[in-house]
Design a protein around this ligand. Structure first.
Ligand SMILES: [Fe+2]
Length: 503
């Protein structure tokens, strides 16, 4: 059987080191935490525990137990949902599936222990924390372009885990080269959910840290003549819609409707994908969620999206207008503002900046360019308001720069700060020539690195950290007026103690 499976995974040409799974293996994917379809904070929070296993003829009865960190008794559920995963060539007696169960009844910010049981035997133990309330301080990490299977990726993940973020957001290019299930099994899970922490291995990060995904161009099996994700060529494509369980409050509910990930090719393979993804395809490409006193709007920036479409713009406007959160963040893969030599003309996400500005977005996070970039606080006045459509490239306009903001003593920005944090491990881009540096760009770093943000009420501190734990950028934003300010009085700083930054 082992030899058979070795042969199976060796057929995934895009994956360099073949995996071997045997019936005796408990997990193909070790348990990790997901938010599930829960956009808004509740008094009683829940999370999903998700794991991958191969089903065999031998009976498998899965259950989970959990307890608040200060509780003595364990709560238990054997209500699990198992979804077959579309990996080709596995025998009918050995099917790869994802299984998940819900942990619920948690007060916001509660730390908990959990354990996964197979046939009533404990096979995995870890811990996590429920989403924090608007009254609590919190720390999050953001880094994109991460799943390259590279030394840069393992070092970034290892350092990121040392910072103990409460949650992680990955703004696209989650796994290279095509976002296939087989690639997740080699370049994503073994590194972001490694049993041990080391610069050349990664860390046990996502088993304890809530992780949010954002779809990028390498997550849709993009090819040169791309007319849709081709399920004849890539039967296990679009792993994003299979491995992530996130809010289903996006605008597109119907497969292959305009402004959604399009699928083509073998009809049976398409069907098995849709059966596994369920409502998540194509809805989960765009969604929003709350964490602490922040609201996050996650968008699909891929080239099939026409963000000049009035219905889509209305959805963005409504989502941001509805939120009363102190902090508002937008997050997508393709940056609106970038000076890199590869993607700087790919500016379609500028089409939404007027809405972001009107509705009080503070920071935009993107990836795509394999580097770190930080703009000054900027306001964008688009020249041609009728610009749009699927072929839009450059989006010219006037950029008003707030150079009074210094992020140290003058910390109230006039405009949005746009961050590119695409240094997650993919091959770094070449340094842009000096002439291409725009006056609206404050900082550009050519290194593998990641973003850590600490929010305590009306103060945000952003730290960009390299693979040695070195600080490559840092700034602070403060707000004088906020909806949530009254809530913060007397709120304790509950951030975990973390490794000191090397300055
Ligand atoms: Fe990338």
């Amino acid at each position: 059987m082992i030899l058979l499976l070795l042969a199976v995974f060796a057929t995934f040409a895009a994956v360099s080191s073949p995996l071997v799974f045997a019936e005796s293996e408990v997990f193909v994917v070790k348990p990790y935490l997901q938010l599930g379809n829960s956009a808004q904070l509740k008094k009683s929070e829940q999370l999903e525990i998700v794991w991958g296993n191969v089903t065999t003829k031998a009976p498998q009865k899965w259950s989970i137990e959990w307890q608040g960190a200060s509780e003595k008794t364990w709560r238990k559920t054997d209500k699990v949902t198992t979804t077959p995963m579309p990996i080709p060539s596995l025998t009918t007696t050995l099917v790869f599936s994802l299984t998940r169960a819900t942990i619920d009844g948690l007060k916001p910010g509660t730390k908990f222990n959990y354990r996964v049981l197979k046939n009533n035997e404990i096979v995995f133990e870890s811990h996590g924390m429920a989403r924090k309330s608007a009254k609590q301080a919190y720390r999050f990490a953001v880094v994109g372009d991460i799943g390259a299977g590279s030394p840069g990726q393992t070092a970034v993940v290892n350092q990121m885990e040392l910072q103990k973020p409460d949650f992680l957001v990955i703004p696209g290019d989650i796994v290279y080269n095509s976002g296939r299930v087989a690639e997740y099994l080699v370049r994503f899970f073994p590194i972001l959910n490694s049993d041990t922490s080391a610069a050349n291995r990664g860390a046990p990060l996502i088993r304890s840290t809530l992780t949010m995904g954002v779809i990028g161009n390498h997550d849709i099996a993009l090819t040169n003549a791309w007319e849709g994700t081709d399920f004849s060529t890539f039967r296990d494509a679009l792993g994003y819609y299979l491995f992530f369980f996130q809010p289903l409050n996006g605008p597109n509910k119907i497969a292959n409707s305009p402004n959604s990930t399009r699928i083509v090719g073998n009809a049976d393979n398409q069907k098995s994908f849709i059966d596994s993804a369920g409502q998540r395809f194509p809805c989960m490409a765009n969604y929003s969620f709350d964490y602490g006193n922040s609201h996050w709007l996650v968008l699909d920036g891929n080239s099939y999206m026409d963000w000049s479409d009035p219905k889509l713009r209305q959805w963005v406007d409504d989502d941001l207008a509805r939120s009363k959160a102190t902090w508002k963040f937008a997050c997508f893969h393709q940056p609106a503002f970038s000076v890199d030599e590869v993607h700087s003309n790919e500016q379609r996400m500028r089409l939404l900046v007027d809405i972001f500005e009107r509705r009080g977005v503070d920071v935009v996070f993107a990836g795509h360019a394999h580097c770190y970039q930080r703009t000054f606080p900027i306001q964008f006045k688009q020249d041609n308001k009728n610009l749009g459509g699927l072929s839009v490239g450059e989006v010219p306009g006037k950029i008003i720069v707030d150079k009074n903001f210094d992020g140290k003593t003058r910390t109230t920005p006039q405009g949005i700060i746009h961050i590119v944090t695409g240094g997650g491990g993919a091959k770094l881009y070449n340094k842009a020539p000096f002439s291409s540096i725009e006056p609206w760009l404050e900082k550009y770093v050519y290194a593998h690195c990641f973003t850590i943000c600490d929010i305590n009420g009306t103060t945000l501190k952003l730290s960009q950290i390299g693979t040695d734990g070195n600080l490559v950028d840092q700034f602070k934003i403060t707000k004088s007026v906020t909806v949530g300010a009254a809530d913060m009085k007397g709120a304790a700083d509950t951030r975990p103690k973390t490794a000191p930054l090397k300055k």
